[in-house]
Design a protein. Structure first.
Length: 282
């Protein structure tokens, strides 16, 4: 078992008081990253804490990113805390074309063209590459993604005292963005407290929320190699060590992982090659 090193990242839209189980810090923290291990370099897990809206952005897929010698970026979000009225902007309220998207990004109206979805703890969203998105204020979530730092910013907010707006990437972003309505029926789930669920099954990773002792079906699902373990509540052991909520650990195999009766954790495993349409089951 290897506990992954933690990196706190200051952001202008972050929070000055982290929620439990994280200790107080003297900075405005927007993200907590777990450094990807050598055994699973394809994956990145992080927490995001937003007190203000993040920029409107989009990520390319693998084929588009490969033109720049990089990997694409698909990601997913599990909301763990939210303030009243908290929202996530994902996709558009109606289909729009590239010219309208570019014009809206330039004049700021793109924010109002986005579909803003009310969120609460337990909301899960998969964000395919090409989906235009923004995280609203008052949201804390766990993000699981391809380990790629390629982001095209279409719009940012004009708070110069907070280091904003920042550089935009309109040509690259519009070229890869899909001006579509987000398919909630396919990409979104709301998990009840204590609900176990298989959340993602490709193309780049599988992800489960495990609750309590793992059954044989779940162990078989993760029998293919190393995995990341992200405890959210209760006691989770990897080998002989307890991994507390707020941490992330690498397990050499699923046989090393044990969850107590009230434990809740995320299990994440990289996938290599998929059949079918190469999309997750959500």
């Amino acid at each position: 078992m290897v506990k992954l090193p933690t990196r706190m990242v200051a952001k202008p839209w972050g929070v000055t008081q982290l929620p439990a189980p994280f200790a107080p810090v003297p900075a405005r923290i927007g993200e907590i990253w777990f450094e990807p291990p050598a055994a699973l370099p394809q994956l990145l897990v992080k927490y995001i804490f937003a007190s203000d809206k993040l920029s409107v952005q989009v990520h390319p897929n693998d084929a588009q990113a490969r033109e720049r010698g990089l990997a694409g970026k698909e990601e997913c979000w599990l909301v763990i805390a939210s303030e009243p009225g908290a929202k996530l902007g994902i996709g558009f309220r109606r289909d729009i074309g590239a010219a309208e998207m570019r014009a809206a990004a330039l004049d700021g109206s793109i924010e109002h063209l986005l579909a803003w979805h009310d969120v609460a703890p337990g909301d899960f969203f998969y964000i395919p590459a090409g989906t235009v998105h923004a995280i609203g204020g008052g949201v804390s979530l766990v993000e699981v993604q391809q380990n790629s730092d390629i982001t095209y910013r279409l719009y940012d907010y004009g708070r110069l005292d907070q280091g904003r707006p920042r550089e935009l990437h309109l040509d690259a972003g519009v070229a890869v963005a899909r001006g579509e309505v987000y398919d909630l029926a396919r990409w979104h789930r709301n998990l009840a407290a204590g609900e176990a669920a298989a959340l993602v099954d490709g193309p780049h990773f599988r992800l489960d929320r495990a609750v309590g002792a793992m059954g044989e079906d779940l162990r078989a699902r993760y029998a293919g190699g190393p995995l990341l373990v992200v405890p959210l509540a209760g006691e989770v052991r990897v080998g002989l060590e307890v991994v507390a909520p707020g941490a992330c650990a690498l397990a050499a195999n699923v046989a090393d992982v044990a969850i107590d009766s009230v434990g809740v954790c995320l299990l994440v495993q990289a996938l290599h090659g998929m059949s079918g349409d190469g999309r997750p089951n959500v």
